[in-house]
Design a protein around this ligand. Structure first.
Ligand SMILES: Nc1ncnc2c1ncn2[C@@H]1O[C@H](COP(=O)(O)OP(=O)(O)OP(=O)(O)O)[C@@H](O)[C@H]1O
Length: 271
Protein backbone atom coordinates (compact mmCIF):
# COMPACT_ATOMS: atom_id res chain seq x y z
CA UNK A 1 0.00 0.00 0.00
CA UNK A 2 1.24 3.49 -0.79
CA UNK A 3 2.32 5.61 2.15
CA UNK A 4 1.50 8.81 0.21
CA UNK A 5 -1.17 11.10 1.60
CA UNK A 6 -3.84 12.24 -0.90
CA UNK A 7 -2.14 15.64 -0.99
CA UNK A 8 1.23 14.07 -1.83
CA UNK A 9 -0.08 11.80 -4.56
CA UNK A 10 -1.82 14.69 -6.32
CA UNK A 11 -4.16 12.40 -8.24
CA UNK A 12 -6.33 11.54 -5.24
CA UNK A 13 -6.38 15.19 -4.23
CA UNK A 14 -7.57 16.16 -7.71
CA UNK A 15 -10.30 13.53 -7.69
CA UNK A 16 -11.39 14.57 -4.20
CA UNK A 17 -12.00 18.20 -5.08
CA UNK A 18 -14.18 17.22 -8.00
CA UNK A 19 -12.55 19.36 -10.70
CA UNK A 20 -13.12 18.22 -14.27
CA UNK A 21 -9.95 19.68 -15.68
CA UNK A 22 -6.84 20.46 -13.67
CA UNK A 23 -3.82 22.30 -15.02
CA UNK A 24 -0.64 22.58 -12.98
CA UNK A 25 2.61 24.34 -13.91
CA UNK A 26 1.91 24.04 -17.64
CA UNK A 27 4.99 25.35 -19.43
CA UNK A 28 5.81 25.49 -23.12
CA UNK A 29 8.24 27.50 -25.20
CA UNK A 30 8.82 28.10 -28.89
CA UNK A 31 12.46 28.91 -29.59
CA UNK A 32 13.30 31.76 -27.25
CA UNK A 33 9.66 32.57 -26.43
CA UNK A 34 8.07 31.16 -23.27
CA UNK A 35 4.47 30.97 -24.42
CA UNK A 36 3.22 29.54 -21.09
CA UNK A 37 5.12 29.72 -17.82
CA UNK A 38 3.88 27.41 -15.04
CA UNK A 39 0.19 28.13 -15.64
CA UNK A 40 -2.35 26.36 -13.44
CA UNK A 41 -6.06 26.48 -12.70
CA UNK A 42 -9.07 24.15 -12.41
CA UNK A 43 -12.33 23.93 -14.33
CA UNK A 44 -15.22 22.76 -12.15
CA UNK A 45 -18.27 20.85 -13.44
CA UNK A 46 -20.89 23.16 -14.91
CA UNK A 47 -18.65 26.20 -14.66
CA UNK A 48 -18.12 28.70 -17.47
CA UNK A 49 -14.49 29.75 -17.18
CA UNK A 50 -13.35 32.70 -19.28
CA UNK A 51 -9.70 32.75 -20.34
CA UNK A 52 -8.59 36.25 -21.32
CA UNK A 53 -5.39 38.14 -22.09
CA UNK A 54 -3.98 40.56 -24.64
CA UNK A 55 -2.53 39.44 -27.98
CA UNK A 56 0.29 36.95 -27.55
CA UNK A 57 -0.64 36.23 -23.91
CA UNK A 58 -0.74 32.46 -24.49
CA UNK A 59 -4.49 31.75 -24.70
CA UNK A 60 -4.37 29.81 -27.97
CA UNK A 61 -1.27 27.93 -26.86
CA UNK A 62 -3.05 26.84 -23.68
CA UNK A 63 -6.12 25.82 -25.68
CA UNK A 64 -3.84 23.81 -27.99
CA UNK A 65 -2.21 22.10 -25.01
CA UNK A 66 -5.61 21.04 -23.63
CA UNK A 67 -6.84 19.88 -27.04
CA UNK A 68 -3.62 17.85 -27.44
CA UNK A 69 -2.31 19.77 -30.44
CA UNK A 70 0.74 20.93 -28.46
CA UNK A 71 2.62 18.86 -25.88
CA UNK A 72 3.80 21.06 -22.96
CA UNK A 73 7.51 20.95 -22.09
CA UNK A 74 6.52 20.36 -18.48
CA UNK A 75 3.53 20.46 -16.16
CA UNK A 76 0.41 18.43 -15.70
CA UNK A 77 -3.03 18.46 -17.33
CA UNK A 78 -5.55 16.08 -15.81
CA UNK A 79 -9.08 15.15 -16.79
CA UNK A 80 -11.01 13.96 -13.74
CA UNK A 81 -7.70 12.86 -12.28
CA UNK A 82 -6.46 11.05 -15.42
CA UNK A 83 -3.33 12.19 -17.23
CA UNK A 84 -4.66 14.02 -20.30
CA UNK A 85 -1.17 14.43 -21.73
CA UNK A 86 -1.16 10.74 -22.63
CA UNK A 87 -4.47 10.93 -24.51
CA UNK A 88 -4.45 11.47 -28.30
CA UNK A 89 -6.54 14.38 -29.61
CA UNK A 90 -9.09 12.15 -31.37
CA UNK A 91 -10.00 10.42 -28.08
CA UNK A 92 -11.04 13.67 -26.36
CA UNK A 93 -14.72 13.61 -27.47
CA UNK A 94 -15.12 10.12 -26.09
CA UNK A 95 -13.81 11.34 -22.72
CA UNK A 96 -16.44 14.06 -22.72
CA UNK A 97 -14.38 16.95 -24.10
CA UNK A 98 -15.71 18.67 -27.21
CA UNK A 99 -14.55 21.82 -28.95
CA UNK A 100 -15.58 24.43 -31.44
CA UNK A 101 -13.20 26.08 -33.88
CA UNK A 102 -12.48 29.79 -34.31
CA UNK A 103 -12.89 29.63 -38.09
CA UNK A 104 -15.42 26.81 -38.00
CA UNK A 105 -14.68 23.29 -39.21
CA UNK A 106 -17.90 22.24 -40.86
CA UNK A 107 -18.35 20.22 -44.04
CA UNK A 108 -19.57 22.84 -46.54
CA UNK A 109 -21.18 20.37 -48.93
CA UNK A 110 -23.05 18.53 -46.20
CA UNK A 111 -26.43 19.55 -44.82
CA UNK A 112 -26.89 21.17 -41.42
CA UNK A 113 -28.41 17.90 -40.20
CA UNK A 114 -25.52 15.75 -41.44
CA UNK A 115 -22.96 18.18 -40.01
CA UNK A 116 -24.73 17.89 -36.67
CA UNK A 117 -24.80 14.08 -36.92
CA UNK A 118 -21.05 14.04 -37.57
CA UNK A 119 -20.53 15.12 -33.96
CA UNK A 120 -22.06 11.82 -32.83
CA UNK A 121 -19.28 9.62 -34.20
CA UNK A 122 -17.45 10.00 -30.89
CA UNK A 123 -20.32 8.18 -29.24
CA UNK A 124 -18.88 4.95 -30.63
CA UNK A 125 -16.81 2.96 -28.19
CA UNK A 126 -13.03 3.19 -28.33
CA UNK A 127 -11.33 -0.17 -28.72
CA UNK A 128 -8.41 -1.09 -26.53
CA UNK A 129 -6.03 -1.77 -29.41
CA UNK A 130 -7.57 -0.12 -32.45
CA UNK A 131 -9.31 3.14 -33.09
CA UNK A 132 -13.08 3.18 -33.02
CA UNK A 133 -15.18 0.09 -32.67
CA UNK A 134 -18.93 0.31 -32.87
CA UNK A 135 -18.74 2.63 -35.91
CA UNK A 136 -20.73 2.75 -38.08
CA UNK A 137 -23.29 2.51 -35.28
CA UNK A 138 -26.10 -0.04 -35.11
CA UNK A 139 -29.56 0.81 -36.39
CA UNK A 140 -30.87 1.50 -32.88
CA UNK A 141 -27.81 3.64 -32.12
CA UNK A 142 -28.34 5.59 -35.34
CA UNK A 143 -31.97 6.14 -34.36
CA UNK A 144 -30.89 7.58 -31.01
CA UNK A 145 -28.27 9.80 -32.63
CA UNK A 146 -30.81 11.09 -35.15
CA UNK A 147 -33.25 11.88 -32.33
CA UNK A 148 -30.48 13.70 -30.48
CA UNK A 149 -29.57 15.68 -33.61
CA UNK A 150 -33.21 16.75 -34.10
CA UNK A 151 -33.42 17.75 -30.44
CA UNK A 152 -30.34 19.94 -30.81
CA UNK A 153 -31.52 21.47 -34.10
CA UNK A 154 -34.78 22.33 -32.39
CA UNK A 155 -32.96 23.76 -29.38
CA UNK A 156 -30.65 25.85 -31.59
CA UNK A 157 -33.40 27.06 -33.90
CA UNK A 158 -31.98 25.22 -36.92
CA UNK A 159 -34.84 22.85 -37.84
CA UNK A 160 -35.89 24.92 -40.87
CA UNK A 161 -32.33 24.71 -42.19
CA UNK A 162 -31.80 20.99 -41.54
CA UNK A 163 -31.53 20.10 -45.25
CA UNK A 164 -29.60 23.20 -46.29
CA UNK A 165 -25.94 22.75 -47.19
CA UNK A 166 -23.68 24.45 -44.65
CA UNK A 167 -21.82 26.36 -47.38
CA UNK A 168 -23.47 29.69 -47.95
CA UNK A 169 -25.24 29.99 -44.61
CA UNK A 170 -24.56 33.14 -42.58
CA UNK A 171 -21.57 32.95 -40.24
CA UNK A 172 -23.74 33.40 -37.13
CA UNK A 173 -25.91 30.44 -38.20
CA UNK A 174 -22.84 28.29 -38.81
CA UNK A 175 -21.67 29.03 -35.28
CA UNK A 176 -24.91 27.51 -34.03
CA UNK A 177 -24.38 24.46 -36.27
CA UNK A 178 -20.92 24.06 -34.75
CA UNK A 179 -22.42 24.20 -31.29
CA UNK A 180 -25.01 21.57 -32.26
CA UNK A 181 -22.28 19.32 -33.64
CA UNK A 182 -20.14 19.70 -30.50
CA UNK A 183 -23.11 18.97 -28.24
CA UNK A 184 -23.86 15.71 -30.09
CA UNK A 185 -20.91 14.30 -28.13
CA UNK A 186 -22.78 15.12 -24.89
CA UNK A 187 -19.65 16.78 -23.51
CA UNK A 188 -18.87 17.42 -19.87
CA UNK A 189 -16.52 20.16 -21.03
CA UNK A 190 -16.99 22.35 -24.07
CA UNK A 191 -13.92 24.23 -25.28
CA UNK A 192 -14.94 27.39 -27.10
CA UNK A 193 -12.24 28.98 -29.26
CA UNK A 194 -13.10 32.69 -29.71
CA UNK A 195 -16.79 32.03 -30.45
CA UNK A 196 -17.58 35.76 -30.79
CA UNK A 197 -15.06 36.25 -33.64
CA UNK A 198 -16.75 37.59 -36.78
CA UNK A 199 -20.13 38.17 -35.12
CA UNK A 200 -22.09 41.41 -34.89
CA UNK A 201 -22.80 43.04 -31.53
CA UNK A 202 -26.34 41.64 -31.36
CA UNK A 203 -25.18 38.18 -32.48
CA UNK A 204 -22.57 38.14 -29.68
CA UNK A 205 -25.24 38.99 -27.13
CA UNK A 206 -27.52 36.24 -28.46
CA UNK A 207 -24.65 33.75 -28.50
CA UNK A 208 -23.82 34.51 -24.87
CA UNK A 209 -27.43 33.92 -23.81
CA UNK A 210 -27.49 30.72 -25.85
CA UNK A 211 -24.30 29.33 -24.29
CA UNK A 212 -25.61 30.01 -20.77
CA UNK A 213 -29.01 28.47 -21.46
CA UNK A 214 -27.44 25.40 -23.10
CA UNK A 215 -25.14 25.04 -20.10
CA UNK A 216 -28.13 25.29 -17.77
CA UNK A 217 -30.01 22.62 -19.75
CA UNK A 218 -27.19 20.18 -20.45
CA UNK A 219 -24.92 20.87 -17.48
CA UNK A 220 -21.58 21.00 -19.30
CA UNK A 221 -18.66 23.16 -18.21
CA UNK A 222 -17.17 25.55 -20.75
CA UNK A 223 -13.70 26.98 -21.20
CA UNK A 224 -14.16 30.18 -23.15
CA UNK A 225 -11.09 31.63 -24.89
CA UNK A 226 -12.24 35.02 -26.02
CA UNK A 227 -11.16 38.57 -26.84
CA UNK A 228 -14.66 39.98 -26.51
CA UNK A 229 -14.67 41.28 -22.92
CA UNK A 230 -18.41 41.91 -22.90
CA UNK A 231 -19.07 38.25 -23.62
CA UNK A 232 -16.49 36.93 -21.15
CA UNK A 233 -17.55 39.18 -18.30
CA UNK A 234 -21.23 38.68 -19.13
CA UNK A 235 -21.36 34.88 -19.03
CA UNK A 236 -18.31 33.57 -17.12
CA UNK A 237 -18.59 32.26 -13.56
CA UNK A 238 -14.83 32.50 -13.16
CA UNK A 239 -12.06 34.27 -15.08
CA UNK A 240 -8.36 33.52 -15.60
CA UNK A 241 -6.14 36.19 -17.20
CA UNK A 242 -2.81 35.54 -18.88
CA UNK A 243 -0.11 37.97 -19.93
CA UNK A 244 3.20 37.02 -21.56
CA UNK A 245 2.52 33.38 -20.68
CA UNK A 246 1.95 34.04 -16.97
CA UNK A 247 -1.30 33.80 -15.03
CA UNK A 248 -1.79 37.33 -13.73
CA UNK A 249 -5.32 36.98 -12.34
CA UNK A 250 -7.88 34.42 -11.27
CA UNK A 251 -11.23 35.35 -9.78
CA UNK A 252 -14.75 36.55 -10.49
CA UNK A 253 -15.81 38.61 -13.52
CA UNK A 254 -16.57 41.46 -11.12
CA UNK A 255 -13.06 41.37 -9.59
CA UNK A 256 -11.26 41.21 -12.95
CA UNK A 257 -12.69 44.57 -14.02
CA UNK A 258 -10.85 46.27 -11.17
CA UNK A 259 -7.65 44.23 -11.10
CA UNK A 260 -4.59 46.48 -11.55
CA UNK A 261 -2.45 43.79 -13.26
CA UNK A 262 -5.18 43.05 -15.82
CA UNK A 263 -5.83 46.73 -16.47
CA UNK A 264 -2.09 47.34 -16.94
CA UNK A 265 -1.76 44.36 -19.31
CA UNK A 266 -4.55 45.62 -21.54
CA UNK A 267 -3.47 49.25 -21.41
CA UNK A 268 0.11 48.25 -22.13
CA UNK A 269 -0.76 46.66 -25.46
CA UNK A 270 -3.56 47.07 -27.94
CA UNK A 271 -5.76 44.04 -27.23
N1 LIG B 1 3.65 27.45 -33.15
C1 LIG B 1 4.30 28.50 -32.66
N2 LIG B 1 5.58 28.77 -33.03
C2 LIG B 1 6.25 29.81 -32.53
N3 LIG B 1 5.73 30.66 -31.62
C3 LIG B 1 4.47 30.46 -31.21
C4 LIG B 1 3.68 29.38 -31.70
N4 LIG B 1 2.46 29.42 -31.10
C5 LIG B 1 2.48 30.50 -30.28
N5 LIG B 1 3.68 31.12 -30.36
C6 LIG B 1 4.09 32.30 -29.58
O1 LIG B 1 3.66 32.09 -28.26
C7 LIG B 1 3.17 33.32 -27.69
C8 LIG B 1 1.72 33.14 -27.27
O2 LIG B 1 0.90 33.06 -28.44
P1 LIG B 1 -0.63 32.69 -28.43
O3 LIG B 1 -1.06 32.59 -29.85
O4 LIG B 1 -0.86 31.54 -27.55
O5 LIG B 1 -1.27 33.98 -27.75
P2 LIG B 1 -2.80 34.42 -27.69
O6 LIG B 1 -3.05 34.90 -26.31
O7 LIG B 1 -3.67 33.32 -28.20
O8 LIG B 1 -2.82 35.63 -28.71
P3 LIG B 1 -4.00 36.14 -29.67
O9 LIG B 1 -5.01 36.75 -28.77
O10 LIG B 1 -3.32 37.16 -30.52
O11 LIG B 1 -4.51 34.96 -30.44
C9 LIG B 1 3.36 34.39 -28.77
O12 LIG B 1 4.58 35.03 -28.53
C10 LIG B 1 3.40 33.57 -30.04
O13 LIG B 1 4.16 34.24 -31.03
Amino acid sequence: MSSETPQQSGRAAVAADGALLTLRDVTIGFGGVTALDAVGFDVQPGQILGLIGPNGAGKTTLFNCITRIYQPNSGDIRWQGEDLLRVPAHHLPKLGIARTFQNLALFGGMSVFDNTMSGGSSQARIGATSGLVGWPPSRSRTKKLRAKAWELLERLDLVALADAPAAGLPFGTLKRVELARALMAEPKLLLLDEPAGGLTHSEVKALGELIVSLRDDYGFAALLVEHHMGLVLGISDHVVALDFGNKIFEGSPEQVKHDPAVIAAYLGRAA
